[in-house]
Design a binder for this molecule. Structure first.
Ligand code: HEC
Length: 170
C-alpha cells in the first residue's frame, strides 16, 4: 500500500474521485429528470390553449373581395389638409422675412404700400419681380435685394406669398 504522505492511500483517493464523479452524474441526471418533468407540466397546462386555435375565432379586420374591382390607377396626389399645412401665409412671411427692409426702406428697398416706389419696378413684369424675390438681384445702382430676403429657409411659395401680400398693399 503506497502512501501519499497525506494520511490516505492513492486507492482511497481514486475511489473518492470515482464516487465524486458518480455523484455529479447522478445530480445531473436528477436535474434533467426534474427539468423534463416541469417541461411536461408546462406543456400540459398550455396545450389546451395552443391546440384550440384562438385566432380562428377572431374575425378578420377586412377581407379582400376578389370580385371587387381594383382601381386601375393608383393616385399619388397627396392631399394635405390646409389646416395641417405649416406654410406661412403672405402676411406672416412678409413680417418674418421682408419687413426689416421693405417697411423701413433700408438700403433703398421699395416701401410697402407706396405705389410710386413700385411703379417703375412693376414695368419689369410680375414674373421678373417674383424671380428677383426668390433668387435676389443687384440693381445697377448697387441696391441689393437678397435671395428670399436672406431667409433661405422659406419655401419659394412662402416668398411668393409675401410678394403677393406686398403688392396687395399698394
Ligand atoms: C435686407 C433687406 C431686404 C429684405 C429682407 C428684403 N428685401 Fe426686397 N429689396 C431690397 C432692396 C434694397 C431692394 C431694391 C434693390 C434695388 O433695386 O436697388 C429690394 C427689392 C425688392 C423687389 C423688387 C425687385 C425688382 O426687380 O425691382 C422685390 C419684388 C422684393 N424686394 C421682394 C422682397 C420680398 C418678397 C422679401 C421677403 C421675402 C424681401 N424683398 C426682403 C432689400 C430687401
Amino acid at each position: 500500500m503506497s502512501n501519499t504522505g497525506l494520511g490516505f492511500s492513492y486507492k482511497s483517493f481514486l475511489a473518492l474521485i470515482v464516487v465524486f464523479a458518480c455523484c455529479i452524474l447522478l445530480f445531473e441526471y436528477i436535474g434533467d429528470l426534474g427539468a423534463s418533468l416541469i417541461k411536461d407540466q408546462v406543456k400540459d397546462s398550455t396545450s389546451k390553449y395552443s391546440d384550440s386555435k384562438l385566432e380562428d375565432n377572431i374575425p378578420p379586420l377586412f377581407t379582400l373581395n376578389k370580385n371587387q374591382q381594383q382601381p386601375s390607377e393608383v393616385s399619388t396626389t397627396k392631399i394635405i389638409p390646409t389646416s395641417l399645412s405649416t406654410e406661412m401665409n403672405g402676411e406672416d412671411a412678409y413680417n418674418s422675412a421682408c419687413f426689416v427692409c421693405h417697411t423701413t426702406g433700408a438700403g433703398g428697398a421699395p416701401f410697402i404700400g407706396v405705389p410710386i416706389a413700385w411703379e417703375a419696378r412693376m414695368k419689369k413684369g410680375t414674373e421678373t419681380l417674383m424671380k428677383h424675390s426668390i433668387e435676389g438681384y443687384v440693381s445697377e445702382d448697387g441696391g441689393i435685394m437678397p435671395a428670399k430676403g436672406g431667409r433661405l429657409d422659406l419655401s419659394d411659395q412662402e416668398v411668393l406669398n409675401a410678394f403677393v401680400y406686398m403688392l396687395d398693399q399698394l
